[in-house]
Ligand binder design. Structure first.
Ligand code: ADP
Ligand code: MG
Length: 235
């Protein structure tokens, strides 16, 4: 051991190419940055600028074409498929625009799923799922199925699910993109609250208001990180 890791996330010259026939799309064109524990970072940029490509690599859903990626000082790029699957399950929480809940399962069963994969005992899973639903304000909806919940409630369930294995970092790719403005603000308030209690969050958003409440904004264009700025907080 060399002491506590310095950064939650460190990427160096990260690149991802997609080959489309004779063309190559440089979805990420050599990106480097570090995210410290406890940060809340907004990722912004026009459609097609590489935001989702970055999130998918950081989340272990995809691998870069070149470059290096460390999480908790672990070399994610060097992980084999089994280690990468464990990494996705335990170290990363992922929240998607479309919630991606399983429609046949009750809210608490959706939340416990990552713990099922992590092979934790049923009684513990159930207790943790209910705890997490209470934390996102849905204690009284634990037995509801996704279709019995509003969009904002479904996204809260998805956030609870993302937290099931106590991830190092929560990734959210346009988490309010499918919600109306008021509901979206509600969900953003929850992210803010989770960050204040210490969770590290990296969030893709088009919403300049999120950028204002994040402590840092990274802007992408054509696969490149074109600005990376600390945001001065209003008092
Ligand atoms: P964003 O999330 O910022 O809208 P993406 O990361 O989804 O951007 O896409 C970045 C670029 O990579 C775009 O030009 C997109 O068309 C391309 N791209 C993304 N995924 C694939 C894929 N699976 N195959 C081919 N091209 C892709
Ligand atoms: Mg995207």
């Amino acid at each position: 051991m060399t002491g506590a890791p310095k950064a939650a996330i460190r990427v160096e010259e990260l690149a991802k190419d997609y080959r489309m026939g004779d063309n190559v799309v440089h979805a990420l064109a050599g990106v480097s940055f570090e995210i410290k524990y406890g940060e809340l970072v907004a990722v912004m940029g026009p459609s097609g600028s590489g935001k989702s490509t970055l999130m998918n690599i950081v989340g272990g859903l995809d691998r870069p074409s070149s470059g290096r990626y460390f999480c908790n000082d672990e070399n994610v790029g060097a992980m084999d498929e089994g280690a990468l699957a464990r990494f996705r399950n335990r170290t990363i929480g992922f929240v998607f625009q479309q919630f991606n809940l399983l429609p046949r399962l009750q809210a608490w069963e959706n939340v416990e799923l990552p713990l099922v994969y992590a092979e934790s005992p049923p009684a513990e899973r159930k207790e943790k799922a209910h705890e997490l639903l209470a934390r996102v304000g849905l204690a009284d909806r634990a037995d509801h199925r996704p279709t019995q919940l509003s969009g904002g409630q479904q996204q809260r369930v998805a956030i609870a699910r993302a937290l099931a294995c106590d991830p190092t970092i929560l990734l959210a790719d346009e988490p309010t993109g499918a919600l109306d403005t008021a509901t979206g603000e509600d969900v953003l308030g929850l992210f803010n609250e989770l960050n204040r209690s210490g969770l590290t969050i990296l969030m893709v958003t088009h919403d300049e208001e999120v950028a204002a409440f994040a402590r840092r904004v990274m802007r992408f264009r054509d696969g490149a990180l074109i600005s990376d700025e600390a945001v001065r907080q209003a008092a």
